[in-house]
Design a protein around this ligand. Structure first.
Ligand code: CA
Length: 438
């Protein structure tokens, strides 16, 4: 997609809060999600501090004449059917929603007078934007892979396959939860403390992982790989993901088959899928391969992907402990980094995933892996930030964290900003940790 009038930074909305400094949900953004309005799951778009009910918009004629397939998909309780229609349909819907929310058009004037078109964002409950059929988690940050590798294999931090093959594992979709849903500390089996038997109990090393998730749009048939030049046509958009991880359970169980119960007790995703169309102004060259690093194999190599396959997204992790809430303290930032530094692009991850003929389906979630950078304050999980517990983080009120405590709320934020372009934000992905059961 090229830039079009929906990206015009001069475009104004009749929702005034969309123009406040630092607003995530500008009229140039228009991400998609599902919220509960009066108990009913509704496809929705946030704008400023309001949320637009898309089904109401359709029924009130405020979206003009939409192709039937798009209009039908807006009546569904998830976005799977809409995303299955592919990128052109999302671009069409984006154009219609933008017209409806403009300050200076007859349709915008009509929409502004409709009292039930929008509701205050603070009054709606986020639902999962899609029913996730399959969830895959990659490991695409070379800084994360190097940091974690150096804790466990100081002499050989990066395994020899890393620079050739996008590493990933199949996660579990059933425990993906919407932002705001509390996360229960898992119990599990862990290594013996000294000599003796392994233990079973509440994890003492609960961690978050800051990630970006790509939501699959149009799928591919079983046995039909996706060429890298077409990969992004199969992606609807991106969403913030917290891949909760129990490091003590992980350390005991991960060999030889990889993550299992250390990961599948909860994964939190943000309410809003920011479309790739909205992110078009924030494309960036893929991370260049350094001298001596191998070129990607031909099926993962594409000139366009190399020049514009990355997305320049600023990401942050914040924490607010139970004591901070009691003391009336605001959340504190733990780290900040950028998604633009990942070793593999989204197109490379998706193409690799389907390269053996594996079929991807609308609504599948492909998460990036922990987004870390080379600096200490850009480490995207507590395992790295507190370096395996040896360098605890000291918070403003004196509390220390080597891992996540009960009552802690972890908040992920993300946004894109560039001179001459309207800001596009991802909103927040948040959850409070509850004590383990029993
Ligand atoms: Ca992960």
């Amino acid at each position: 997609m090229a830039l079009d009038q929906t990206h015009d930074p001069a475009r104004r909305s009749w929702v005034a809060s969309a123009h406040e400094a630092g607003a995530d949900f500008t009229i140039q953004n228009l991400p998609l999600g599902v919220v509960a309005i009066d108990g009913n799951a509704r496809a929705a778009v946030p704008i400023g501090d309001r949320v637009v009910d898309l089904r109401h918009a359709r029924d009130a004629g405020l979206l003009g004449t939409l192709p039937t397939a798009i209009a039908d998909a807006l009546g569904a309780p998830t976005l799977n059917a809409l995303f299955a229609l592919g990128r052109p349909a999302l671009a069409t819907l984006r154009a219609h929603v933008s017209e409806m929310l403009r300050a200076d058009t007859p349709m915008g004037a009509r929409a502004a007078k409709d009292a039930t078109l929008t509701v205050p964002a603070g009054t709606v409950e986020a639902r999962l934007p899609v029913e996730v059929g399959d969830y895959t988690d990659f490991y695409a940050s070379i800084d994360h892979a190097t940091n974690v590798g150096s804790m466990f294999r100081p002499e050989n931090p990066l395994l020899p396959n890393y620079k050739h093959v996008p590493i990933g594992y199949h996660g579990r979709a059933s425990s993906i939860v919407a932002s705001g849903v509390p996360v229960r500390r898992p119990r599990g089996q862990m290594a013996p403390v000294a000599e003796g038997l392994p233990r079973f109990g509440a994890s003492e090393r609960l961690d978050y992982e800051l990630e970006i998730g790509a939501v699959v749009g149009r799928g591919n048939a079983l046995g039909a790989p996706i060429p890298i030049a077409e990969a992004e046509q199969h992606l609807a958009g991106l969403v913030l993901v917290n891949d909760w991880s129990a490091r003590d359970i992980q350390a005991w169980e991960y060999q030889p088959l990889g993550p299992f119960l250390a990961k599948n007790f909860a994964t939190t995703i943000a309410p809003w899928v920011v479309t790739l169309d909205a992110l078009e102004p924030f494309r960036a060259p893929a991370r260049p391969r350094a001298e001596g690093e191998p070129a990607p194999l031909p099926y993962l190599a594409d000139a366009t992907d190399r020049t514009r396959g990355a997305y320049d997204i600023t990401l942050e992790v914040w924490i607010r402990t139970e004591r901070m809430r009691a003391e009336g303290r605001a959340a504190e930032r733990l780290s900040h980094g950028t998604f633009g530094r990942m070793y593999w692009t989204l197109a490379q991850m998706l193409t690799h995933h389907a390269s053996n003929g594996c079929n991807l389906r609308p609504g599948d979630l492909l998460a990036s892996g922990t987004v870390s950078g080379p600096e200490r304050d850009s480490r995207g999980c507590m395992l790295e930030l507190a370096w395996k517990g040896t360098e605890p983080v000291v918070l403003g009120n004196g509390e220390k964290r080597a891992f996540i405590a009960d009552g802690d709320e972890v908040i992920l934020r993300g946004w894109c900003e560039r001179p001459g372009v309207a800001r596009v934000g991802f909103g927040e992905c948040r959850a409070v940790v509850l004590p383990a059961v029993g």
